[in-house]
Design a protein. Structure first.
Length: 306
């Protein structure tokens, strides 16, 4: 039973990275922007956060640095695709490649660096419950923050006027523009908020999840987060559930190795990515369902006055 409790706790921890990044990308896509640069954003934020903690000793300054790096790079991406109307997919891929290379260059001097001792978190009383306490109530605050973020984003998108405006910009930017809303500025704001959340996820990886710096340590999680938005049909609650599902698949490989299952490690390592491909293939069998839920202007440029 203890091994299953540890698996549950690890699943929540692993799913948090995907959930925060995917919720940020969901905000982008609700505004009609596809950002394929999530992997690069997360890598740059990971080294920014790790370097900040190495020099200051403050985790929260590290998270702030990661969010700042993510927002800055996302803002550059936003200017290119929103004001200069560059192709969103090509620009996002370029950003991803840039992030991979730049983070490797910037992190050369931090490969052997060690962070201060990691704080141990526990909710009073609840953390002492046998088995469940260790699995559910001794997590990093950002694990619970991801759940709060999902609830806040659900309320914002479907219960607030600002959320309605954001969704209208993604569904019909021409109509929103005709009503006097600054479509380009709204989209840029959404892109930068989404980038900040991707940055937070990247910083969480290098500061808390695996507190070290290794080149390419995001390891495809940015791409999985992108797939999660489609898997969840652009619904925040489904994004969170999908993140925990993929987080569980990621941690399952270590659990199976721990209990002595005789499966080649290479097969276990590819389980999260295999699950991503299988899920997307199953969803794509019904293109009508995707079109109904997908923001109508997703990936399309906006030309004021056209």
């Amino acid at each position: 039973m203890e091994s299953y409790a540890l698996l549950l706790g690890a699943t929540l921890n692993a799913g948090t990275v995907l959930a925060i990044a995917a919720l940020g990308l969901l905000i982008n896509e609700k505004a009609g922007i596809v950002n394929l640069g999530a992997e690069g954003l997360m890598l740059c934020a990971a080294i920014a956060g790790f370097a900040t903690v190495s020099h200051t000793g403050s985790d929260w300054l590290g998270f702030a640095a990661g969010m700042g790096a993510g927002a800055l790079l996302a803002g550059l991406f936003g200017v290119l695709v929103i004001w200069l109307n560059t192709n969103q997919y090509a620009t996002g891929l370029a950003l991803s490649l840039f992030g991979v290379g730049f983070s490797a260059f910037a992190g050369i001097n931090y490969v052997q660096a060690k962070l201060p001792e990691r704080p141990q978190f526990s909710i009073p009383l609840l953390g002492d419950i046998p088995l469940l306490g260790q699995a559910l109530f001794r997590q990093h605050p950002l694990v619970y923050g991801a759940i709060a973020l999902m609830l806040a984003l659900s309320w914002f998108l479907y219960r607030s006027r600002a959320g309605l405006v954001l969704r209208s910009v993604g569904e019909s930017p021409e109509s929103a523009h005709a009503l006097g809303y600054p479509v380009r500025r709204i989209r840029l704001g959404a892109v930068m908020v989404g980038g900040a959340l991707c940055g937070l996820a990247g910083a969480f990886i290098s500061i808390s999840y695996t507190p070290l710096w290794v080149e390419g340590m995001v390891a495809g999680r940015g791409w999985i987060a992108l797939a999660l938005t489609t898997f969840a049909t652009w619904r925040p609650a489904r994004v969170l559930l999908g993140a925990y599902l993929f987080g569980g698949v990621t941690m399952l490989q270590f659990h199976l190795q721990g209990v002595g299952v005789n499966v080649p490690s290479q097969i276990l390592s590819m389980l999260p990515y295999l699950a991503t491909v299988v899920v997307l293939a199953l969803i794509s069998r019904n293109p009508v369902w995707i079109r109904v839920n997908m923001p109508a202007s997703l990936g399309k440029p906006f030309y004021p006055g056209a």
